[in-house]
Design a protein around this ligand. Structure first.
Ligand code: MN
Length: 187
């Protein structure tokens, strides 16, 4: 399957650097074809609350909006809608996107860390195949997670689920650990 080249054009088209504090730049990337990278989850109080999951793949942050956020319960499948690729520096961003701009509202870095593919194969290839099997090593999210593309919606609709043994009905991590891992702020 041909792999689309990653580009920030859609990201930049949606934003005006004079009007939003969000980054636009070009950071240092893991090499193309890598099986490892960083991930970030940003809680975003836009028109509708959601959690943006972003994975470093081929020099950008490939991104999904997860309306209900991640769940530690392997039986929970959370809708994840793929959005435009974001620049790597976005992983540090928290603040207020001013009213009138795309995605206006408060954003915090809810979790961040590194990931690798469980297979050891290139993450870009797994992305193209619509089946990401990942080990996350974050402050809040750890262990195995999967992102699986579903049919329809122009390939933008995915499911996020935790893999592995069920935990003893633990607390909802979204509610139990709401604060930014950078600043301690909540939205
Ligand atoms: Mn968002």
């Amino acid at each position: 399957m041909p792999m689309p080249e990653r580009s920030l054009q859609r990201y930049r088209d949606k934003r005006d650097p004079a009007r939003t504090p969000e980054p636009f730049g070009a950071g240092q990337a893991a090499p193309a074809g890598a099986s490892v990278g960083m991930f970030v989850v940003q809680q975003h109080a836009a028109r509708r609350m959601h959690w943006d999951l972003r994975l470093e793949i081929d020099g950008v942050l490939v991104s999904w909006a997860v309306p209900r956020g991640p769940s530690l319960d392997p039986k929970e499948r959370r809708l994840a809608v793929q959005t435009e690729d974001h620049p790597l520096e976005y992983a540090d961003f928290e603040g207020i996107i001013p009213a009138g701009n795309y995605g206006a509202g408060a954003m915090i870095v809810w979790d961040r860390g590194s990931f690798h593919t469980v297979s050891g194969g290139p993450v870009a290839e797994a992305l193209a195949q619509g089946n990401l099997d990942l080990e996350l090593c974050g402050h809040k999210l750890q262990g195995r997670w999967a992102l699986v593309r579903t049919k329809g919606e122009g390939g933008k609709q995915w499911l996020l689920l935790r893999k592995g043994a069920a935990l003893l009905s633990g607390p909802d991590i979204i509610l139990a650990q709401p604060a930014s891992i950078l600043s301690g702020l909540t939205v």
